[in-house]
Design a binder for this molecule. Sequence first.
Ligand SMILES: Nc1ncnc2c1ncn2[C@@H]1O[C@H](COP(=O)(O)OP(=O)(O)O)[C@@H](O)[C@H]1O
Ligand SMILES: [Mg+2]
Length: 312
Amino acid sequence: MLKVGLLVGRERSFPDALIAEVARRDAGVVAEYAKLGAPQMAERPPYDLIVDRISHEVPMYASYLKNAVLQGVVVINDPFWRMADDKFFANSVAAALGVAVPRTIALPNKSYIPGVVSESLRNLMYPLDWDWIVSYTGLPAIMKPASGGGWKDVYKIDSLGELLWRYDQTATMQFILQEYIHWEGYVRCLCIGRQDVLVTNWDPRRSHFDRYRADDTPVEPALEARCRADALKLNRALGYDMNTVEFAVRNGTPIAIDFTNAAPDFDISSLKDKYFAWVVEKMADLVINRAKQGPVYPTHRWDHFLPRNATA
Ligand SMILES: Nc1ncnc2c1ncn2[C@@H]1O[C@H](COP(=O)(O)OP(=O)(O)O)[C@@H](O)[C@H]1O
Ligand SMILES: [Mg+2]
């Protein structure tokens, strides 16, 4: 029997449903909530695959998962990919892939940890040319954390004065500033296994629990196809097996807004029955297939040096 461990935060609906669905398939795989105390180095966790929904908020889990990968456990999402991403880098990847994104700037940090003094920052030009920054992004602009989620600290900036005021509050957090997209439509894609994509209308103006609407008119076919293709490109390049990808649609062109969600919201209260059922079905397919397939080598630098991968 292959074993799948789920590492979760507060959510219950998605992990409970995934565990039940994997059991229902009767495919030689069992899924359960993972259990760990203080992990020992170089030890293999007792799972063939771990679904990670929370290591971005629990640092020790991230250490545990990296060792799990080293020991040959399949981890979804791959913790090394997740750590490589920030919104500035991801927007650059998107641009390189030909996926439309808002013009984006990485803002230097406002403050640093104790010990970082002005001599530590000799590479940074100062003062910043704020007029140039704003002429590049335009106004209004969106200021948001380079690594963030859940709409936390996302600000719409209407003037240079407001930008400077906001920037002064950022302390040690790293932010990006980007062009504000005035959209006529907004699309969100649920993406699983770098192959399955559900393209939906999604309205960020509605309240949190009312944004997905399975009863809404479907996304127009040409737009749907473009969003699906762009979402797949992003997930394949950035290595996400589960992700949500958002596009703001301006003059018919989908512009990628948010596409680095290592633990996307899969709760039934947001997805509602139809999309929730789709997610559970595709995630069950994914964990069963990937647990059976085992780790795919080599994925990481050290893989080349491990005895298990030595080739004649
Ligand atoms: N460049 C942008 N133009 C227009 N709206 C944006 C832009 N960036 C973010 N938003 C709006 O703000 C919301 C939250 O931003 P997002 O990048 O998704 O942050 P988080 O990762 O915290 O969810 C988005 O769903 C979108 O509605
Ligand atoms: Mg978002």
